[in-house]
Every structure is written in C-alpha cells, then in structure tokens.
Design a binder for this molecule. Sequence first.
Ligand code: ZN
Ligand code: ZN
Length: 96
Amino acid sequence: MLALRPTCECCAKPLLPDARDAMICSFECTFCESCVLSRLQNVCPNCGGGFQFRPIRPKARLASRPASTEVHPAGVDEQQHRAFLDRYADIPPSKR
Ligand SMILES: [Zn+2]
Ligand SMILES: [Zn+2]
C-alpha cells in the first residue's frame, strides 16, 4: 500500500493525498511535478528511476487507510544529482 507521503522531497511543497501534482518513483520517493520536470529531469535523485503520477486514494478509503504524516527531509544534493543525470537523463526509465 502506498504511504502517500506528505511533502515534496526536493522543495518541501505539501502534497495532500488528493494532490494532482504528486509524483513517485518505484520506491515511492515523492516529489512535486514541477521539481520532477525541472530540477530532477525525471531522474529520481535517490535511485535513478523515473516517475509516475501518484494515484489518488478515494476519500472514503482514507479514513481507515490514512496518508502518512512522516515528513521525509527535503533537499537534493546537486553534485550527486548531476552525476545521476549524466548517467540516466538520456535513457528512458524502462531501459535504465
Ligand atoms: Zn517540489
Ligand atoms: Zn527513487
């Protein structure tokens, strides 16, 4: 089950469970669409994978299966991410 993390792990923008701009990698590293498309260039700074939009859990299910409130630290190491971009940015996620 997805944790539905509460914030972007790059810019700390709140990402409520119904946010339409929340994106996740296969490990559920969570970022806003703006960071994914600009700074991250669809390369997860933690694992190198690509992103998909996070599905929205129906409100009726959130009562018994609430979103996580555990904030993961925000911030991307520019130098490390540059190395990831050099390696992965030109390779589609399905080929990484
Ligand atoms: Zn962001
Ligand atoms: Zn990741």
